[in-house]
Design a binder for this molecule. Structure first.
Ligand code: N7H
Length: 508
């Protein structure tokens, strides 16, 4: 029988296909000390869990109302919850060892085991994520990365008050149950001074993969794109049980279409009940904002660049999200200090490729967005058809308060950054591949390009920046430190009942 192509949104947890996109978020790290009471708690929680169907419908309505009224204040509000488990969590809830063994090795080992030092040096490919020095797991915030963490309960809301009322209700129930312990709570909060921007100042969440069956082509537009420049990918890249991208040329159409638009093999991992589930990577990344800006203002003039252009070259976009590459159909890109601010325009801000800029004159080949998604660039892995198998659905949110760069507070904790979350159907082939083989590798895409200047896990690295003088910056400091993280599996709604050991109620 043919496998389904359109994702079953009603059975897929919210935030996987259809991001929560909420200003106020809490992540509760839980431990189950009794199998049966843990299962009873899960049965009780299951109706609280949002579906992707609900979140996609809400987001569509929210955008429509927002567009018509011209503002988003007070239009619609929601509070969403979802849940994901570590391998030790599945075991604590009684999932048999033989079934756990069928999940991916990275998930079974957990991020801490994969993060371990030493920093990858040749021979390549490296065995670890390269979390060294301050990022070494021995410095992580307890209990992140510990096998005691069994589940992450994620609550996200448009209102601070609603978030805390919901979390308080859940915590009361945890305490009542007694054997589901809350080990730690991590708060996430969108920057109130610059909503949508991460702590270094750049607009985030601008580029996401389009998903066939969820994101529709624009009327009269390219049938293989959602918004202009947003390639539509098969849902199996992000959810188990669906067709994936083909890592090879299109042999069906003449001329061949790139990326290959035909459905590839169905994504499989874990036991049959893992279908409609997804792997979640959670990484707590601290950002040294003052250090980042101090380096910009020191190195930019020393290398003949305006600090705003240098900052944009590190990322590949201006602060507004506007790309440095020329938009399709336009002769010139942007390389002037003034930010052209087309960042909010999703019809324009992803409509570019790198093929016209092989030397990296506009966007250096090692810049953050080119490293993590090289688009049509030639790669040692085989170019764009292979690259589309490395995509991530990013669902991050900042943590900590903004740093006032004009008047830093004397007792500032410095603990701010990004809670990086991403969904994929293979941790090894997607998140880990991007971090190990592209980000941390100074030889990708070409020898001498340098590490990713934003997230590489080494203290300093090379950054080749054509247009700067000199063009090679040999010891660029890096200001993102890993302070914890783990790998989770986010089961379908029906699988939550399966794990709880009860039949799914009709209509649930
Ligand atoms: Fe990145 N930043 O502020 O510089 N990221 N990121 N990221 N990131 C992106 O397109 C940032 C991190 C990706 O499709 C933008 O949304 C920071 C990790 C990918 O063209 C900005 C941190 C990983 C893309 C940042 C951080 C990635 C992307 C541009 C950590 C994966 C899409 C706005 C503190 C291992 C590329 C946007 C594309 C975009 C920043 C983390 C991956 C501004 C500060 C850990 C795939």
């Amino acid at each position: 029988m043919a496998e389904p192509a359109a994702p079953n949104l009603a059975n897929i947890q919210g935030n996987i296909l259809g991001g929560f996109n909420k200003d106020f978020q809490s992540f509760l790290f839980l431990h189950f000390s009794d199998r049966d009471k843990g299962r009873a708690w899960l049965e009780h929680m299951a109706p609280e869990i949002a579906t992707s169907e609900e979140v996609v419908a809400f987001n569509t309505l929210f955008k429509q109302a927002n567009r018509r009224r011209g503002h988003e204040y007070g239009i619609l509000k929601a509070t969403w919850t979802n849940i994901a488990f570590t391998a030790s969590g599945l075991k604590a809830l009684g999932v048999p060892d033989a079934e756990i063994a069928t999940f991916s090795e990275a998930f079974r080992q957990g991020m801490k085991a994969r993060a371990a030092t030493p920093f990858p040096t040749p021979p390549f490919p490296p065995a670890s994520l390269g979390d060294e020095g301050d990022s070494d797991p021995s410095h992580w915030i307890a209990p992140l990365g510990s096998k005691d963490v069994h589940a992450i309960l994620h609550v996200a809301s448009d209102s601070h008050a609603d978030l805390h009322a919901t979390v308080a209700r859940y915590v009361q129930n945890l305490d009542f149950n007694g054997t589901v312990k809350r080990l730690f709570t991590q708060e996430g909060i969108v920057r109130q001074d610059e909503p949508g921007h991460e702590h270094f100042g750049f607009k985030d969440g601008v580029s996401q993969p389009g998903i066939r069956g969820v994101d529709l082509p624009r009327p009269g537009g390219n049938p293989n794109e959602g918004n202009p420049g947003q390639d539509l990918l098969w849902p199996g890249e992000f959810v188990l049980g669906y067709p994936t991208q083909i890592d090879g040329p299109d042999t069906v159409n003449t001329p061949p279409v790139v990326p290959n638009p035909n459905p590839g093999p169905v994504s499989k991992s874990g036991p049959p009940w893992a279908a409609d589930g997804s792997y979640l990577v959670f990484r707590r990344l601290r950002q040294d904002v003052a250090g980042f800006h101090a380096q910009l203002h020191q190195l930019a003039p020393a290398n003949g660049l305006d600090p705003r252009v240098f900052a944009a070259k590190l990322v590949g976009r201006y602060h507004s999200g506007c790309p440095l590459e020329p938009l399709k159909g336009q002769p010139q890109g942007h390389d002037a200090p003034d930010d052209p601010a087309v960042g909010a325009d999703s019809l324009r801000n992803n409509n570019f490729e790198y093929g016209g800029d092989p030397a990296g004159n506009a966007v250096p080949r090692a810049s953050h967005i080119r490293k993590t998604y090289p688009r049509d660039e030639d790669t040692p892995g085989g170019g764009e058809n292979n690259t589309q198998k490395r995509r991530l659905l990013r669902r991050g949110v900042p943590f900590g308060l903004s740093l006032n760069l004009n008047a830093p507070a004397p007792h500032d904790s410095g603990d701010r950054g990004l809670l990086f979350l991403c969904y994929q159907s293979s941790i090894e082939e997607q998140f880990e591949f991007v971090q190990k083989i592209w980000v941390n590798n100074s030889g990708f895409p070409q020898g001498g390009d340098g590490e990713d200047p934003i997230i590489a896990q080494s203290k300093t690295g090379l950054f080749a920046c054509p247009g700067a003088n000199p063009a090679n910056i040999p010891a660029l400091k890096h200001f993102v430190t890993t302070t914890g993280g783990d790998y989770f599996f986010q089961p379908s709604i029906s699988a939550l009942y399966h794990i709880a050991g009860v039949p799914q109620p009709l209509g649930a």
